[in-house]
Design a protein around this ligand. Structure first.
Ligand code: DP6
Length: 362
C-alpha cells in the first residue's frame, strides 16, 4: 500500500439504493445465520427519489477501526450482519489505484484497512418506514465500489441477503424475485430481476403512514416465532407460494392488474394470518390498517374490477398500488375523505411530509 504521505489519504465511494415492497412476502428462515428463506418472494423496487438510502464509505490508513453513522448517529458495527457483509466484500476486494492521489491499494491490504460508513435515509425517520432493505443493499453497493469488487449483481444480492433478507431484492430496480434456492451454502439464494423499472410504468404507489412508532416485534424475531409455532406458515410456504409466484409473474409480464392486485392482497392477508397463527400471536396491523383494507375492498367490489391493491409489511402502514395516475388520485381522495387532516394542517405536509400520520388525524 502506498500513498503521498502514509497516513494522509482518504478514498471514498457513494451509492444510493431504494427500498422495496414485497407483493409475495418473505416470512421465515430455514437458516438463520446465512439468512435463507422458506419460500420465494417477489417485490417491486421503489423510485430512489422517494424512499432510499444513500451511503458513503471511506477508507484511510488513519482509521483505527470500522465505524458507522446512521442518519448522523453512530451505531455499533458489532452485529453479525454488518460483519458478514464487510467480510464477504473484503474477500472479493481487488487492487485499487488512484493515480491522481498517488494511492495504490493491493488486494490483501483491504484486510488491514478500516472503513468509515455514513448512511442517510431520504424519508422522514418519524414515518416508521425505516427499512433495512435499502440500507444493506446500499452498504454492499458502496463497499463493492470502494473495493473494486467486480462480481455480478446476483452475487452482490447474496451478500446483501446476509445483512437483511429483503435487502437482496433492492439490488435491482423494477420487479424482483428472491429465489429461495436449494443449496445449503446459500449460493443459489439470490435475487433475479423479473422486469425492468420501465416495464409497468403506469403503476402508482401510495403509502399511508398509520403509525410512526417502532414495531414491538421485529421482522427477525417475528418470523423466527412463526417458523417455530405456525402450521399455517409451513402450509403457505410449501403449498400456496409456489403457484402464487408463477401466477403473479404471469400477471406482471402481461400487465394484468386485476390478477396482480388479487394475489398481492391475498398474500398480505395470509402473511398477517400467519402472524395471528403464531404463539403468542403477533399483531402488526391495527384498527386503522383494518379500516383501510375495508375501504379498498368495498371500493374494489363496488366497481366490479380491482381498482387498487394493498399490502402491509411487519407494521400497520398501508402500501397501496394503483394501476394508473387517475386511480391513484381517486384513492387519495377517498383516503382524505375517511381520514381528514386535523384542522389547521397544511394539506401538502399531510399528504407528503411529517404530518402524514392517519391515526392522529382520524
Ligand atoms: C414482512 O428482511 O427485515 O417485510 O432477514 O430478518 O432482516 P431479516 O428480515 P427482513 O424481513 C422482511 C419481512 C417483510 C416481508 C418482505 O419484505 O418480504
Amino acid at each position: 500500500m502506498t500513498g503521498e504521505s502514509e497516513k494522509s489519504w482518504i478514498l471514498m465511494a457513494t451509492a444510493r439504493s431504494p427500498t422495496n415492497i414485497a407483493v409475495i412476502k418473505y416470512w421465515g428462515k430455514r437458516d438463520e445465520e446465512l439468512i435463507l428463506p422458506v419460500n420465494d418472494s417477489i417485490s417491486v423496487t421503489l423510485d430512489p427519489d422517494h424512499l432510499s438510502a444513500t451511503t458513503t464509505v471511506a477508507v484511510s490508513p488513519s482509521f483505527e477501526q470500522d465505524r458507522m453513522w446512521l442518519n448522523g448517529k453512530e451505531i455499533s458495527l458489532s452485529g453479525g450482519r454488518y460483519q458478514n457483509c464487510l467480510r464477504e466484500i473484503r474477500k472479493r476486494a481487488r487492487d485499487v489505484e488512484d493515480e491522481k492521489k498517488g494511492i495504490r491499494i493491493q488486494k490483501d491490504d483491504w484486510n488491514n484497512l478500516h472503513v468509515h460508513i455514513a448512511s442517510y435515509n431520504n424519508f422522514p425517520t418519524a414515518a416508521g418506514l425505516a427499512s433495512s432493505a435499502a440500507g444493506f443493499a446500499c452498504l454492499v453497493f458502496a463497499l463493492a465500489k470502494l473495493m473494486n469488487v467486480k462480481e455480478e449483481y446476483g452475487e452482490l444480492s447474496s451478500i446483501a441477503r446476509q445483512g437483511s433478507g429483503s435487502a437482496c431484492r433492492s439490488i435491482y430496480g423494477g420487479f424482483v424475485k428472491w429465489a429461495m434456492g436449494n443449496n445449503p451454502d446459500g449460493s443459489d439464494s439470490i435475487a433475479i430481476q423479473l422486469a425492468e423499472e420501465t416495464h409497468w410504468n403506469d403503476l402508482f404507489i401510495v403509502i399511508a403512514v398509520v403509525s410512526s412508532k417502532q414495531k414491538e416485534t421485529s421482522s427477525t424475531s417475528g418470523m423466527r416465532e412463526s417458523v417455530q409455532t405456525s402450521a399455517l406458515l409451513k402450509y403457505r410456504a410449501e403449498t400456496v407460494v409456489p403457484s402464487r409466484v408463477l401466477k403473479i409473474e404471469e400477471a406482471i409480464r402481461d400487465h394484468d392488474f386485476a390478477s396482480f392486485a388479487r394475489i398481492t392482497c391475498a398474500d398480505s392477508n395470509q402473511f398477517h394470518a400467519i402472524c395471528l397463527d403464531t404463539t403468542p400471536p403477533i399483531f402488526y396491523m391495527n384498527d386503522t390498517s383494518h379500516r383501510i383494507i375495508s375501504l379498498v375492498e368495498r371500493w374494489n367490489q363496488s366497481e366490479g374490477t380491482l381498482q387498487v391493491a394493498y399490502t402491509f409489511d411487519a407494521g400497520p402502514n398501508a402500501v397501496m398500488i394503483a394501476p394508473n395516475r387517475q386511480a391513484a388520485a381517486l384513492l387519495l381522495q377517498r383516503l382524505l375523505f375517511y381520514f381528514p387532516p386535523p384542522q389547521d394542517t397544511d394539506l401538502t405536509s399531510y399528504i407528503l411530509g411529517d404530518k402524514s400520520i392517519l391515526q392522529e388525524a382520524g
